[in-house]
Design a protein around this ligand. Structure first.
Ligand SMILES: Cc1cc2nc3c(=O)[nH]c(=O)nc-3n(C[C@H](O)[C@H](O)[C@H](O)COP(=O)(O)O)c2cc1C
Length: 190
């Protein structure tokens, strides 16, 4: 299949539920394979993910609701909670700092590189989940939830939470996007 045909159906899907035939093992294996394939600067392997499934996924969104103490509407949290799972994306700060110390000429670059690489991982997992027939959306309740998430999953202090990708069975398709004049953003010199 062409890369473009995989990218096209990826959208932000908010209307999700947990009624899917896709097995957890398939989801886990897919995310493992994508993570192994996505590049990182100096091949430093700074991206980490935690795939949260089933009851743990539901618990996670209840926890996020509690952390925000009612400031995020219950209905909004329940929309995420209704899904199959959440992929938590992290950068391993220890790896980034170690490389930055080792290669002092590029020291300032390692943090942005790690973020760039994590973005590459996010889009690839988002696309791969869609290929499995699952819809996903990307959330950012960090840094407010960081301490509680670390506590819930017993994570190291070095794990810096960057994003939460909720995924599930697609209930409703998003509205079609407006057509864009892409030549305004893609310039060509030849
Ligand atoms: C870096 C980044 C951050 C985003 N943060 C959020 C977010 O916090 N909440 C949310 O609902 N969507 C978030 N999105 C989704 C975008 O709003 C969405 O991808 C964009 O509007 C295009 O729509 P599409 O995903 O359907 O193509 C984010 C997307 C990116 C790439």
């Amino acid at each position: 299949m062409k890369a473009i045909d995989l990218l096209k159906p990826r959208r932000s899907y908010y209307s999700l539920n947990d009624q899917t035939d896709v097995k957890n093992e398939t989801i886990i294996k897919t995310i493992q394979e994508v993570t192994a394939l996505v590049p990182d600067a100096f091949d430093m392997k700074s991206q980490k993910v935690l795939v949260v499934l089933g009851d743990k996924h539901k618990e996670l969104w209840d926890l996020i609701y509690d952390v925000f103490d009612g400031k995020v509407a219950r209905e909004k949290i329940d929309m995420f909670k209704a899904g199959v799972g959440t992929v938590l994306f992290f950068v391993d700060k220890n790896i980034v700092d170690t490389l930055a110390n080792q290669f002092s000429n590029y020291a300032e670059n390692f943090k942005p590189w790690a973020l760039q690489s994590n973005g590459m991982l996010q889009i690839n997992i988002w696309t791969a989940l869609r290929e499995l027939g699952l819809g996903a959306n990307l959330q950012h309740y960090n840094p407010v939830i960081d301490d509680k998430v670390k506590e819930m999953f017993d994570l190291s202090e070095d794990s810096v939470l960057l994003a939460q990708m909720v995924f599930g069975n697609i209930v409703e398709e998003p509205e079609a996007k407006e057509k864009e004049d892409i030549s305004a953003r893609v310039k060509v010199a030849e």
